[in-house]
Design a protein around this ligand. Structure first.
Ligand SMILES: [Zn+2]
Length: 286
């Protein structure tokens, strides 16, 4: 899970671009309904961490208004294409990695506060800060949920700051029957009392991300073990035995763990450095 830089375009810019290509009737609708005020209100609440206090603009007997606002969004409209381009520019000029899972490129635009089948919040259907890129699986799993027991459920990649929040840990153990070293990414038992941490935990749980992280971590573990085995077989004269080799490699992995950006690799390398069980396993493989 990671933050994304949001578009630097302001609400006025968003409203102006929402109107592009629309009929005069729809342009007038946007002005007459004061969508701009709703978008300003959204950003204020998002900045204060109180998006959960948003209430629908239109009542259930105003389905016509809801319908018009709902249809302001379409993934191939210029405003959405421009939004993607702006986000790419603001986030490294490469493909945007899904901020939820951190594993796959984002290919779809999620409405953080959903337009939804119920059309509850169509007033934010084209609002820049309500549009967050996600990968297909995360977008599908998120669905139209956003609030539970009055609390916002999901991590917001634009507004929830993740700095210095450590929620995951990697544990390496030996499989009881085979003796093979295996890793597991899991939630830390404590340390996430604040709201943002709760949202991250909820997001990880609801999207069932831990098994995906564990699969990735095990791939890293396996590939490192094979690498060590192969290298030791080829260069064993450089080292005064297995223990000497393992000591050297433990230092290498320690350096890697502080330099790598990929969060699964970082967790896995840190666990490798700490785990005597892992190095016992490597030794048995040399
Ligand atoms: Zn994802």
């Amino acid at each position: 899970m990671h933050n994304l830089n949001k578009s630097s375009h302001d609400v006025d810019h968003g409203i102006k671009h929402t109107k592009k290509g629309l009929s005069q009737e729809k342009k007038d609708f946007i002005d007459n309904q004061n969508l701009k005020d709703d978008h300003v209100d959204y950003d204020n609440k998002a900045s204060n961490g109180t998006l959960n206090s948003l209430t629908p603009k239109w009542t259930e007997d105003q389905m016509d208004e809801r319908e018009i606002a709902y249809n302001l969004y379409s993934s191939n409209r210029p405003i959405i294409r421009n939004h993607w381009a702006e986000l790419q520019k603001k986030n490294g000029n490469t493909a945007i990695v899904c901020p939820f899972c951190g594993l796959t490129d984002a290919v779809e635009m999620d409405h953080f506060i959903p337009r939804g089948k119920e059309k509850l919040f169509p007033e934010y259907s084209t609002h820049y800060t309500n549009l967050i890129p996600l990968c297909h699986n995360c977008n599908l799993a998120k669905g139209d949920d956003w609030k539970e027991n009055g609390h916002q459920i999901f991590f917001n990649a634009y507004f929830d700051r993740l700095d210095e929040i450590e929620i995951l840990e990697c544990k390496i153990s030996r499989d009881i029957s085979t003796g093979i070293a295996i890793s597991e990414i899991r939630l830390k038992i404590s340390g996430y009392e604040n709201e943002v941490c709760q949202r991250v935990v909820n997001t990880i749980t609801r999207l069932k991300l831990l098994p995906l992280y564990t699969t990735d971590s095990n791939k890293i573990l396996r590939s490192k073990t094979i690498e060590f085995k192969t290298e030791y077989e080829q260069q064993n004269t450089r080292y005064a035995g297995k223990d000497d080799y393992i000591g050297a490699k433990r230092g290498v992995i320690r350096t890697m763990s502080s330099n790598v950006d990929d969060f699964i690799a970082k967790l896995t390398y840190s666990a490798i450095v700490e785990s005597n069980e892992y190095w016992d396993y490597v030794k048995s493989q040399l």
